[in-house]
Design a protein around this ligand. Structure first.
Ligand SMILES: [Zn+2]
Length: 263
Protein backbone atom coordinates (compact mmCIF):
# COMPACT_ATOMS: atom_id res chain seq x y z
CA UNK A 1 0.00 0.00 0.00
CA UNK A 2 1.11 3.56 -0.70
CA UNK A 3 -0.34 6.76 0.80
CA UNK A 4 0.76 10.07 -0.70
CA UNK A 5 0.43 12.69 2.03
CA UNK A 6 1.18 15.73 -0.15
CA UNK A 7 -0.74 16.36 -3.38
CA UNK A 8 -2.61 19.22 -5.00
CA UNK A 9 -5.46 19.55 -7.45
CA UNK A 10 -7.83 22.33 -8.47
CA UNK A 11 -11.48 22.61 -9.47
CA UNK A 12 -12.23 21.68 -13.09
CA UNK A 13 -13.10 25.26 -14.03
CA UNK A 14 -9.76 26.73 -12.97
CA UNK A 15 -7.08 24.05 -12.99
CA UNK A 16 -5.50 25.07 -16.31
CA UNK A 17 -5.20 28.70 -15.24
CA UNK A 18 -4.03 27.77 -11.74
CA UNK A 19 -1.26 25.48 -13.01
CA UNK A 20 -0.10 28.05 -15.58
CA UNK A 21 0.02 30.77 -12.94
CA UNK A 22 2.06 28.60 -10.56
CA UNK A 23 4.43 27.61 -13.37
CA UNK A 24 4.90 31.26 -14.37
CA UNK A 25 5.60 32.22 -10.78
CA UNK A 26 8.14 29.45 -10.23
CA UNK A 27 10.27 29.75 -13.37
CA UNK A 28 8.29 27.19 -15.35
CA UNK A 29 8.93 24.05 -13.28
CA UNK A 30 7.70 20.84 -14.83
CA UNK A 31 4.28 19.43 -13.93
CA UNK A 32 3.75 15.66 -14.00
CA UNK A 33 -0.05 15.79 -14.10
CA UNK A 34 -2.46 18.46 -15.29
CA UNK A 35 -3.61 19.77 -11.89
CA UNK A 36 -7.18 18.43 -12.12
CA UNK A 37 -8.72 15.80 -9.85
CA UNK A 38 -8.89 13.32 -12.72
CA UNK A 39 -5.24 14.10 -13.55
CA UNK A 40 -4.34 13.29 -9.95
CA UNK A 41 -6.33 10.05 -10.05
CA UNK A 42 -4.65 9.00 -13.31
CA UNK A 43 -1.26 9.71 -11.80
CA UNK A 44 -2.20 7.65 -8.72
CA UNK A 45 -3.11 4.72 -10.96
CA UNK A 46 0.08 4.96 -13.03
CA UNK A 47 2.27 5.25 -9.93
CA UNK A 48 0.51 2.69 -7.70
CA UNK A 49 -0.70 5.21 -5.14
CA UNK A 50 -3.75 4.00 -3.19
CA UNK A 51 -4.66 7.13 -1.21
CA UNK A 52 -3.83 10.81 -1.72
CA UNK A 53 -4.08 13.63 0.78
CA UNK A 54 -4.97 16.75 -1.21
CA UNK A 55 -3.63 19.96 0.30
CA UNK A 56 -5.64 23.05 -0.58
CA UNK A 57 -4.40 26.55 0.22
CA UNK A 58 -6.46 29.73 0.66
CA UNK A 59 -4.26 32.55 -0.64
CA UNK A 60 -6.70 35.35 0.23
CA UNK A 61 -9.74 36.06 2.38
CA UNK A 62 -12.27 35.81 -0.45
CA UNK A 63 -11.07 32.36 -1.51
CA UNK A 64 -11.29 30.82 1.92
CA UNK A 65 -14.85 29.54 1.79
CA UNK A 66 -14.74 28.30 -1.81
CA UNK A 67 -11.41 26.52 -1.21
CA UNK A 68 -12.96 24.64 1.71
CA UNK A 69 -16.16 23.89 -0.21
CA UNK A 70 -14.00 22.37 -2.96
CA UNK A 71 -11.96 20.44 -0.37
CA UNK A 72 -15.16 19.04 1.10
CA UNK A 73 -16.62 18.18 -2.33
CA UNK A 74 -13.72 15.87 -3.27
CA UNK A 75 -13.13 14.44 0.23
CA UNK A 76 -14.44 10.90 -0.22
CA UNK A 77 -12.29 9.43 2.59
CA UNK A 78 -11.56 6.41 0.41
CA UNK A 79 -8.84 7.32 -2.06
CA UNK A 80 -8.96 11.09 -1.43
CA UNK A 81 -8.55 12.81 1.93
CA UNK A 82 -8.81 16.50 1.21
CA UNK A 83 -7.57 19.13 3.67
CA UNK A 84 -8.91 22.66 4.08
CA UNK A 85 -7.21 25.98 4.66
CA UNK A 86 -7.75 29.35 6.29
CA UNK A 87 -6.21 32.67 5.35
CA UNK A 88 -4.63 33.90 8.59
CA UNK A 89 -5.39 37.56 7.83
CA UNK A 90 -9.13 37.00 7.50
CA UNK A 91 -11.47 38.05 10.27
CA UNK A 92 -13.43 34.82 10.27
CA UNK A 93 -10.48 32.41 10.17
CA UNK A 94 -11.40 30.89 13.56
CA UNK A 95 -15.05 30.36 12.54
CA UNK A 96 -13.89 28.84 9.26
CA UNK A 97 -11.72 26.36 11.17
CA UNK A 98 -14.87 25.25 13.00
CA UNK A 99 -16.70 24.94 9.68
CA UNK A 100 -13.82 22.85 8.30
CA UNK A 101 -14.14 20.52 11.28
CA UNK A 102 -17.93 20.31 10.88
CA UNK A 103 -17.48 19.36 7.21
CA UNK A 104 -15.60 16.26 8.40
CA UNK A 105 -12.25 17.46 7.03
CA UNK A 106 -9.24 16.01 8.91
CA UNK A 107 -6.72 18.81 8.59
CA UNK A 108 -5.53 22.10 7.12
CA UNK A 109 -2.62 23.30 5.04
CA UNK A 110 -0.92 26.58 5.81
CA UNK A 111 1.67 28.10 3.49
CA UNK A 112 3.45 30.98 5.26
CA UNK A 113 5.01 32.34 2.04
CA UNK A 114 1.80 32.30 0.00
CA UNK A 115 -0.24 33.52 2.96
CA UNK A 116 2.14 36.22 4.17
CA UNK A 117 2.90 35.29 7.77
CA UNK A 118 5.94 34.10 9.70
CA UNK A 119 5.29 30.62 11.05
CA UNK A 120 6.51 31.63 14.54
CA UNK A 121 4.66 34.96 14.70
CA UNK A 122 2.89 35.05 18.11
CA UNK A 123 -0.08 36.63 16.28
CA UNK A 124 -0.71 33.11 14.89
CA UNK A 125 -1.36 31.68 18.35
CA UNK A 126 -5.19 32.05 18.27
CA UNK A 127 -5.28 30.09 15.00
CA UNK A 128 -2.90 27.44 16.34
CA UNK A 129 -4.97 27.21 19.53
CA UNK A 130 -8.18 26.66 17.57
CA UNK A 131 -6.49 24.03 15.37
CA UNK A 132 -5.32 22.27 18.55
CA UNK A 133 -8.76 22.47 20.19
CA UNK A 134 -10.41 20.99 17.11
CA UNK A 135 -7.75 18.27 16.79
CA UNK A 136 -7.07 19.14 13.16
CA UNK A 137 -3.83 17.94 11.54
CA UNK A 138 -1.83 20.92 10.26
CA UNK A 139 0.57 20.71 7.31
CA UNK A 140 3.00 23.60 6.81
CA UNK A 141 4.96 24.32 3.70
CA UNK A 142 8.56 24.41 4.93
CA UNK A 143 11.82 25.90 3.71
CA UNK A 144 12.60 27.39 0.31
CA UNK A 145 9.83 27.93 -2.24
CA UNK A 146 10.34 28.32 -5.99
CA UNK A 147 7.75 31.08 -6.14
CA UNK A 148 9.36 33.51 -3.69
CA UNK A 149 12.64 35.23 -2.92
CA UNK A 150 14.20 34.84 0.53
CA UNK A 151 13.79 35.36 3.42
CA UNK A 152 11.46 32.35 3.71
CA UNK A 153 8.77 32.35 6.34
CA UNK A 154 8.91 28.75 7.61
CA UNK A 155 12.55 27.84 8.16
CA UNK A 156 13.46 25.03 10.60
CA UNK A 157 14.20 27.06 13.74
CA UNK A 158 10.94 29.01 13.42
CA UNK A 159 9.04 25.81 12.56
CA UNK A 160 10.26 24.12 15.76
CA UNK A 161 8.97 27.07 17.78
CA UNK A 162 5.57 27.08 16.05
CA UNK A 163 5.20 23.31 16.47
CA UNK A 164 5.75 23.70 20.22
CA UNK A 165 2.62 25.90 20.34
CA UNK A 166 0.36 23.32 18.66
CA UNK A 167 -1.12 20.29 20.42
CA UNK A 168 -2.50 18.46 17.39
CA UNK A 169 -0.32 16.65 14.80
CA UNK A 170 2.03 18.99 12.92
CA UNK A 171 3.63 18.11 9.59
CA UNK A 172 6.54 20.09 8.14
CA UNK A 173 6.46 19.41 4.40
CA UNK A 174 9.38 18.52 2.14
CA UNK A 175 11.64 16.61 4.57
CA UNK A 176 11.26 19.40 7.13
CA UNK A 177 12.16 22.10 4.62
CA UNK A 178 13.39 22.45 1.06
CA UNK A 179 17.07 23.48 0.65
CA UNK A 180 17.80 23.87 4.36
CA UNK A 181 18.79 20.33 5.40
CA UNK A 182 21.60 21.48 7.74
CA UNK A 183 19.08 23.46 9.77
CA UNK A 184 16.51 20.65 9.60
CA UNK A 185 19.11 18.41 11.23
CA UNK A 186 20.03 21.05 13.79
CA UNK A 187 16.61 22.38 14.81
CA UNK A 188 13.84 20.02 13.72
CA UNK A 189 14.98 16.41 13.82
CA UNK A 190 13.81 14.70 16.97
CA UNK A 191 11.14 17.35 17.66
CA UNK A 192 7.51 16.41 18.12
CA UNK A 193 6.33 16.77 14.53
CA UNK A 194 6.12 14.80 11.30
CA UNK A 195 7.93 15.43 8.03
CA UNK A 196 6.36 14.59 4.71
CA UNK A 197 8.95 13.37 2.23
CA UNK A 198 7.62 15.24 -0.81
CA UNK A 199 9.71 17.00 -3.44
CA UNK A 200 12.92 15.40 -2.22
CA UNK A 201 13.99 13.69 -5.45
CA UNK A 202 16.85 15.65 -7.06
CA UNK A 203 16.45 18.32 -4.37
CA UNK A 204 17.80 16.57 -1.27
CA UNK A 205 21.21 14.86 -1.44
CA UNK A 206 20.98 11.19 -0.53
CA UNK A 207 23.47 11.52 2.35
CA UNK A 208 21.28 14.17 4.00
CA UNK A 209 18.14 12.11 3.43
CA UNK A 210 19.76 9.25 5.35
CA UNK A 211 20.90 11.53 8.17
CA UNK A 212 17.45 13.09 8.51
CA UNK A 213 15.77 9.68 8.68
CA UNK A 214 18.30 8.40 11.19
CA UNK A 215 18.01 11.43 13.45
CA UNK A 216 14.23 12.02 13.21
CA UNK A 217 13.17 8.37 13.30
CA UNK A 218 10.94 6.45 10.87
CA UNK A 219 7.82 6.79 13.04
CA UNK A 220 7.37 10.47 12.16
CA UNK A 221 7.88 10.33 8.39
CA UNK A 222 5.16 10.27 5.73
CA UNK A 223 5.56 9.46 2.06
CA UNK A 224 4.59 12.38 -0.19
CA UNK A 225 5.17 13.69 -3.70
CA UNK A 226 3.85 17.26 -4.16
CA UNK A 227 1.94 15.99 -7.21
CA UNK A 228 1.58 17.57 -9.82
CA UNK A 229 5.11 18.93 -9.24
CA UNK A 230 6.63 15.48 -8.63
CA UNK A 231 5.18 11.99 -8.75
CA UNK A 232 5.46 8.82 -6.72
CA UNK A 233 7.87 7.04 -9.05
CA UNK A 234 10.36 9.89 -8.72
CA UNK A 235 10.10 10.04 -4.94
CA UNK A 236 10.37 6.25 -4.63
CA UNK A 237 13.66 6.43 -6.56
CA UNK A 238 15.19 8.48 -3.77
CA UNK A 239 13.53 6.57 -0.94
CA UNK A 240 14.40 3.13 -2.24
CA UNK A 241 18.06 4.12 -2.67
CA UNK A 242 18.50 4.62 1.07
CA UNK A 243 18.80 0.98 2.13
CA UNK A 244 15.88 1.02 4.59
CA UNK A 245 14.39 -2.22 5.92
CA UNK A 246 11.02 -3.35 4.58
CA UNK A 247 9.45 -2.60 7.94
CA UNK A 248 10.81 0.96 7.97
CA UNK A 249 9.72 1.49 4.35
CA UNK A 250 6.20 0.35 5.20
CA UNK A 251 6.00 2.80 8.10
CA UNK A 252 6.91 5.62 5.73
CA UNK A 253 4.75 4.37 2.84
CA UNK A 254 1.50 3.89 4.76
CA UNK A 255 1.60 2.74 8.40
CA UNK A 256 2.29 6.18 9.93
CA UNK A 257 -0.22 7.86 7.58
CA UNK A 258 -2.94 5.35 8.45
CA UNK A 259 -2.46 6.03 12.15
CA UNK A 260 -2.59 9.77 11.58
CA UNK A 261 -5.72 9.61 9.43
CA UNK A 262 -7.23 6.98 11.77
CA UNK A 263 -7.99 4.60 8.91
ZN1 LIG B 1 2.91 21.26 -2.19
Amino acid sequence: MLIDFHTHCFPDKIYERAIQKLKDQSGNIENYSDGSLSGLKNSMKENNVDVSVVLNIATNTHQQKSVNDFASSINNEKDIFSFGSVFPGSEDALDELERIKSLGIRGVKLHPDYQGFNVDDPAMKPIYRKISELGLIVVFHAGFDYGFPPPYKAMPKAMAKAASWIDSPVIAAHWGGINCCEDVLRYLCGENLYFDLSFGYCMLPKAYASMIIEKHGVDKLLFGTDNPWHNANLEMRLLSSLGLSENDMNKIKYINAKKLLKI
